[in-house]
Design a binder for this molecule. Structure first.
Ligand SMILES: [Zn+2]
Length: 124
């Protein structure tokens, strides 16, 4: 057991066009590395530099996700404000209620129509 840090070595065997393994481990540390110091799996990485970079990337991704969520929220709210609701949930509930009322109205109209057709059938 060498006790040396295990680095992430992100190589999946390459593609047909690019068979070359990467020159560096994830954190860019130089030097000869034994096979057991390289892993493709974050669960086995012990190198602090690799882990720090990974953590920053995850944080950046989380921030991107948050920004995207806020953007989508703003877009949705811009729509609901034109419907008279600042609160998106309230707007959706109002729309669902309206949909149900319209469906009910449509069903009543169908019943009326069917009744009229039946009543007038003998005139044909
Ligand atoms: Zn490393």
């Amino acid at each position: 057991m060498s006790g040396r840090a295990v680095h992430l070595y992100p190589w999946d065997g390459g593609t047909e066009a690019d068979q070359d393994p990467p020159e560096h481990v994830y954190c860019g540390t130089d030097g000869d590395m034994a096979d057991e110091q390289l892993t493709n799996d974050w669960r086995y990485v012990t190198c602090k530099r690799c882990l720090n970079i990974h953590e920053k990337e995850l944080a950046a991704r989380a921030a991107d996700d948050r920004d995207q969520k806020i953007k989508l929220f703003d877009e949705a709210q811009a729509i609901t404000i034109t419907l008279g609701h600042r609160n998106i949930s309230t707007a959706i509930k109002a729309l669902l209620r309206e949909r149900d009322e319209l469906r009910h109205e449509r069903d009543n109209l169908r019943l009326d129509r069917d009744g009229l057709l039946e009543a007038g059938a003998h005139l044909l």
